[in-house]
Design a protein around this ligand. Structure first.
Ligand code: PEP
Ligand code: MG
Length: 541
C-alpha cells in the first residue's frame, strides 16, 4: 500500500489499529437530567486535568509551539457555543452526556471539514480529539494507553495530535493514517519525534488484522502487511544500516565542522517554526540558517500581530541560547498561498506576486514583521534574510524601510537591535548582479530550490518535469561559484540554504568554491559534519 511519506525512516513490527470512538457511543434516555449535567461536569473536569498534564509534557518534549495545541483543546472545552450545544441536547432530548458530546463534536467537526481551507479542516480533527477524550472520561475508560504494548506500528483512520502526544515514543515504531495531510499537526509531531510516518495510506482499516507484521518505509511512502521473508530481511537490513549510521554519527555531536586542513564551515539548520528547534539542537545545529517565517502566516486565518511574532522570534532566539538564528521575512505566493490576504489568482504564480514583491507593496505587513524582528534582536544573535531579490532597487527600498522602522521604534521608546541583514540569491538576476548587491548587504544565502527553477525555466511543483530536472546542472553550479566569488570580493560570507546544500555529492565542490555555510534539514547535519571532517584542500583538488 502506498501513501504520502511525511517523515523518513524504516520500521518493522506488529500492527496496532486504533479505531475511532464514534462507533462506540450509544444514545440512551435520561430521566434525571440534573444529575446527568453533574456527570458531564465531572467528565469535563477530568479531561481538563489530562490536557493540562499533556500540555506540560509536550512543553518539555517539543516546546511551546507543539504544546500550544493542548491549550487550544482546553479553550474548546470552555467555548460557550460548544458547551451550550451539549447542555441543550442533554436537557431538550433527555439523553446521555456521551451522546450529546458526540453529536456536538461531529457537528462542529463537519462544519470545519466543509471549509475550503486545509488549516480549518485540521481544526475539525481537534474537535474530534477533545470530544473523544470527554466521551472516554464519561465512560470511565482509561486513557488511550499504548504504554503496555510492545513497540508497534500504529495504524488509524486519522490520528489526533493528542493521541500521538500521549503515546510513549519508545513504543511507536511508525505511524500510518488513512487521512491527514502533510500540514497536519500529527505529521509535524511525527517529524519532531523522528518517527517514520505516512499519511493518506490507501487501505481499509476493516481489512487489517492487528498483530500482523508490517513494514513502513517512510522514504518511499509504502506500507506492507504480511510481508514475505525476503521483504522483511531487506527492510531489516535497511534498519540495521540506518541504526549503524545513526550510532556512528552520534560521536559527531560537539565536534567542530572543520576540514582536515583546518577550514571551518558553518553547519546550520533549516526550520519551519520554533517547534523544530528541539530537533535542530538534538542534531547539534550550530545555529539556524533559515527559519521560514511564512509558516507563521500560513497557520493563521489572519495576519499574525507584531506581539505574536515578537513572542515567536524571541522564543527561537532564547531556545538557541546565543547561537545564530536567521529568520527569513515573509516568503508567500507561488505554492504558499495565504487566502486571507486575498491576493487573487495568477496565471504564473511562480513568476508572480510573491515574497519581497508583496512586502514592498504591502508595506504595512512588512513593517509589522520588521518591527517584531528588530525588537526580538535584543534577545540573541539574530540575522534577517530577504527572499526573492532581483534588483538593487529592491534592496535599497528594503534598507529605507528598515531605517524607518528603527526610527519609529526609537521614537516610541521601544528597545530594539537592528540585526545583520542578508539576501537570498535565488534568481538568475540576483546572481548576475551579485557583485553590486554584495556592497549593500551583510551576507548572501543561496536558495538553490528557486535558483534551479528559475535558471532551468522549470516549475519546481510540476512532477511532469521530473525527467528534465537536473539538480546538478552546470548552469546552477557555475552560478553558485560566481556568487561566492562576488560575495567574498566584498568581504561578505556566502551560504547555501536550498536543498542542494545537503547533497553530499556536491559538498566537496561547494567547499572548493569557498562556500562558508550550509543550512540543511536537521537530520542531515551530523552526516555532513562527518563528511566535511574527512575533506581537505589537497583532496578538493
Ligand atoms: C530556496 O528557494 O532554495 C529556498 C531555500 O527557499 P524555499 O524553498 O522556501 O523557496
Ligand atoms: Mg526560495
Amino acid at each position: 500500500m502506498t501513501g504520502k511519506a511525511v517523515h523518513f525512516g524504516i520500521a518493522v513490527g506488529p500492527v496496532v489499529v486504533i479505531k475511532p470512538w464514534e462507533a462506540q457511543v450509544k444514545r440512551y434516555r435520561i430521566y434525571n437530567t440534573a444529575s446527568e449535567m453533574v456527570r458531564l461536569e465531572q467528565g469535563l473536569y477530568k479531561v481538563k486535568n489530562q490536557l493540562k498534564k499533556l500540555y506540560e509534557k509536550a512543553l518539555e518534549e517539543v516546546g511551546q509551539e507543539g504544546a500550544a495545541i493542548f491549550n487550544a483543546h482546553l479553550m474548546l472545552l470552555e467555548d460557550a457555543g460548544f458547551l451550550d450545544s451539549i447542555h441543550t441536547i442533554i436537557q431538550a432530548e433527555k439523553v446521555n452526556a456521551e451522546y450529546a458530546v458526540a453529536t456536538t463534536g461531529t457537528h462542529y467537526a463537519d462544519m470545519f471539514a466543509g471549509m475550503d481551507d486545509d488549516y480549518m479542516q485540521e481544526r475539525g480533527i481537534d474537535v474530534m480529539d477533545v470530544s473523544g477524550r470527554v466521551i472516554r472520561a464519561l465512560q470511565g475508560q482509561e486513557e488511550l494507553s499504548v504504554t503496555e504494548m510492545e513497540p508497534s506500528i500504529i495504524v488509524a483512520e486519522d490520528l489526533t495530535p493528542g493521541e500521538v502526544m500521549q503515546m510513549d515514543k519508545k513504543k511507536i515504531l511508525a505511524l500510518v493514517t488513512v487521512r491527514g495531510s502533510a500540514n497536519s499537526h500529527t505529521a509535524i509531531l511525527a517529524a519532531m519525534m523522528n518517527i517514520p510516518a505516512i499519511v493518506g495510506a490507501e487501505l481499509s482499516l476493516g481489512d487489517l488484522q492487528p498483530g500482523k507484521l508490517g513494514i513502513v518505509d517512510g522514504y518511499e511512502g509504502s506500507f506492507v502487511i504480511d510481508a514475505t521473508e525476503v521483504e522483511l530481511s531487506v527492510a531489516r537490513e535497511k534498519i540495521r544500516a540506518q541504526e549503524e549510521e545513526q550510532a556512528l554519527l552520534q560521536c559527531m555531536k560537539g565536534k567542530e565542522t572543520v576540514t582536515k586542513d583546518g577550514r571551518r564551515i558553518g553547519l546550520l539548520a533549516n526550520i519551519g517554526g520554533v517547534q523544530d528547534i528541539a530537533y535542530a539542537l538534538e542534531n547539534d545545529a550550530e545555529g539556524i540558517g533559515l527559519f521560514r517565517s511564512e509558516f507563521l502566516y500560513l497557520q493563521k486565518d489572519r495576519l499574525p500581530t507584531e506581539e505574536e511574532q515578537l513572542h515567536v522570534y524571541k522564543k527561537a532566539l532564547q531556545k538557541m541560547e546565543g547561537k545564530l538564528v536567521t529568520i527569513r521575512t515573509l516568503d508567500i505566493g507561488a505554492d504558499k498561498q495565504v487566502d486571507y490576504l486575498e491576493l487573487g489568482k495568477e496565471d504564473n504564480p511562480a513568476l508572480g506576486f510573491r515574497a519581497i514583491r508583496i512586502c514592498l507593496t504591502r508595506k504595512d505587513i512588512f513593517k509589522t514583521q520588521l518591527r517584531a524582528l528588530f525588537r526580538a534582536g535584543m534577545h540573541g544573535e539574530l540575522a534577517v534574510l530577504y527572499p526573492m531579490i532581483t534588483s538593487l532597487s529592491e534592496v535599497l527600498q528594503i534598507k529605507e524601510i528598515a531605517e524607518e522602522v528603527a526610527k519609529e521604534l526609537a521614537s516610541e521608546g521601544l528597545s530594539y537591535q537592528v540585526p545583520k541583514q542578508g539576501i537570498m540569491i535565488e534568481t538568475p538576476a540576483a546572481v548576475m548582479i551579485s557583485d553590486e548587491l554584495a556592497e549593500l548587504v551583510d551576507f548572501f544565502s543561496i536558495g538553490t530550490n528557486d535558483l534551479t527553477q528559475y535558471t532551468l525555466a522549470l516549475d519546481r511543483q510540476n512532477e511532469r518535469l521530473d525527467a528534465f530536472y537536473d539538480a546538478h546542472h552546470p548552469a546552477v553550479l557555475r552560478m553558485i561559484g560566481m556568487v561566492v566569488e562576488n560575495g567574498h570580493r566584498h568581504g561578505i560570507p556566502v551560504g547555501i540554504c536550498g536543498e542542494l546544500g545537503s547533497d553530499m555529492e556536491l559538498t566537496e565542490l561547494f567547499l572548493k568554491m569557498g562556500v562558508d555555510e550550509l543550512s540543511v534539514s536537521p537530520g542531515n547535519i551530523l552526516r555532513l559534519r562527518a563528511s566535511i571532517r574527512e575533506m581537505s584542500k589537497e583532496e578538493e583538488g
